[in-house]
Design a protein around this ligand. Structure first.
Ligand SMILES: Cc1ncc(COP(=O)(O)O)c(C=O)c1O
Length: 443
């Protein structure tokens, strides 16, 4: 497609060559070595080419020195950085902090997403009498629902009363900010916590984190965010927005591999507090960590929330990916490219004969886009809602080389990742989708 080619020459994907792009052959779809159209970085980001060497380096260190790798690592990094395993995560924090708009001491690299959510809920969900409710959304990722539900039970609070779930208005797909604010007002005396997704996984809606956080704070309510789909996707300013806590995973836009190590943010105003928490030796005073004392002195800031020594392999996967982000530029630059790609995707989808501006009727093969139209209300992902045949459509797309992601009951998500996707990928995706629909229609 000429327009895609033109856009790719105007705005080239400078870092694409630094990633492994799966091919038909590597995916087991025949012997063709052409690259697939991978628009699934919202689910699992692609592997940076440098990751293998980074992992090998640690395996070699382990083979060479065994336990001594903790304090006497045989290799220094490309930047001459200290890589002793005991502090392997510390030089990675300053790479991650700008991505979420945090001070270095507000970020910890630890656990994975749900584990971090649970750990932060233990510290920040403080039900007192009738002020025990958690406001979140009806369509929340189930893991979050389970975490909130059990957190209530751990406090002896009945979840059926304490969990307040927001739903979009009848006939609408996503939450209006004004409705979220109104719900905060409605329950303000009973809310112990507001906890929402930065970007909603099903619809792709980007919430107004600053406004919602501020609105709840004025009413004395603690606010946390699940940033699984926002981190590395849209610019965040967690410190300036005053967010109390946040957590995320690193396997989506942060390209750090399946089950990658997660992240946590704890605002500096909580840093020296003596918040009771899920504790472990890695959150303890570094100087006395190996003194084996029965005295827990948490490190100030987010690092004090670490429990275990981090998986070195996981940390270097994250580091490798964050070095690519650093090479790319700021999150505003990432966003600028992302907006171009996603706007192009939206424009092509809307031109399709299968596009509907409302929910497709039964027996109609068409799709509508349930992601908010306004650019400031979404990130890289667009969610396509089908009325029927989603599984079939998805399979047809895959066999033709479009790797996307389906979410039940009836959405296919397409997300051009700004670091490696091209405008040609976007054009291919729409063409493949149309061909798949056409084939199904003719059968
Ligand atoms: C919004 C959201 N929350 C929570 C999770 C659970 O993540 P994990 O398995 O890393 O705990 C996911 C996983 O994709 C997610 O998208």
């Amino acid at each position: 497609m000429e327009e895609a080619q033109h856009l790719d020459s105007q705005f080239p994907a400078q870092l694409r060559g630094q990633f492994h792009i799966p091919t038909f052959a590597s995916m087991g779809l025949g012997s063709d070595n052409r690259e697939l159209t991978y628009l699934c970085g919202n689910s699992l980001g692609l592997m940076p080419r440098a990751t293998k060497d980074a992992v090998d380096r640690e395996l070699n260190a382990w083979a060479a020195r065994g336990v001594e790798g903790h304090f006497n690592h045989p290799f220094t990094g490309d930047a001459g950085d200290a890589t002793n395993w005991v502090d392997i995560d510390l030089p990675v924090v300053p790479l991650l902090a700008p991505i979420v708009g945090a001070q270095d001491d507000e970020v910890a690299i630890m656990n994975s997403l749900t584990a971090n959510l649970n750990a932060l809920l233990v510290a920040f969900y403080k039900p007192e009498g009738n002020k025990n409710k958690i406001l979140f959304e009806k369509g929340a990722f189930p893991s979050d629902f389970y975490a909130f539900h059990e957190q209530c039970r751990l406090h002896g609070v009945d979840p059926t009363n304490a969990l307040v779930q927001l739903e979009p208005r009848e006939g609408e797909y996503y939450l209006r900010t004004e409705d979220i604010l109104a719900a905060i007002d409605q329950y303000s005396n009973q809310l112990a916590l507001v906890c929402l997704p930065g970007i909603q996984y099903y619809t792709g809606q980007l919430l107004d984190i600053a406004r919602i956080t501020d609105h709840a704070h004025v009413r004395g309510i603690t606010v946390g965010w699940d940033l699984a789909h926002a981190v590395g996707n849209v610019p965040l300013q967690l410190h300036d927005w005053g967010v109390d806590f946040a957590c995320w995973c690193s396997y989506k836009y942060l390209n750090s591999g399946p089950g990658a190590i997660g992240g946590a943010f704890v605002h500096a105003r909580h840093s020296t507090s003596s918040l009771p928490r899920l504790a472990g030796w890695w959150g303890n005073n570094r100087e006395r960590r190996f003194a084996m004392l029965e005295k827990f002195e948490p490190i100030d800031g987010a690092l004090g929330f670490r429990q275990s020594n981090p998986s070195v392999i996981d940390v270097v996967c994250l580091r490798t990916s964050l070095q690519l982000f650093q090479q790319f530029g700021s999150m505003s630059q990432v966003r600028e490219r992302s907006v171009r790609l996603t706007s192009f995707l939206k424009r092509l989808l809307k031109k399709s004969v299968y596009y509907r501006d409302q929910t497709p009727k039964s027996s109609d093969l068409g799709f509508t886009i349930i992601t908010p139209e306004q650019e400031s209300l979404h990130g890289a992902q667009l969610s396509l809602l089908f009325h029927s045949e989603m599984d079939k459509i998805f399979k047809h797309c895959r066999s033709r080389g479009l790797i996307a992601d389906e979410r039940r009951p009836n959405v296919i998500r397409l997300a051009p990742a700004p670091l490696y996707n091209t405008f040609q990928d976007v054009a291919n995706a729409v063409q493949i989708l149309e061909e798949a629909l056409q084939e199904i229609f003719l059968k």
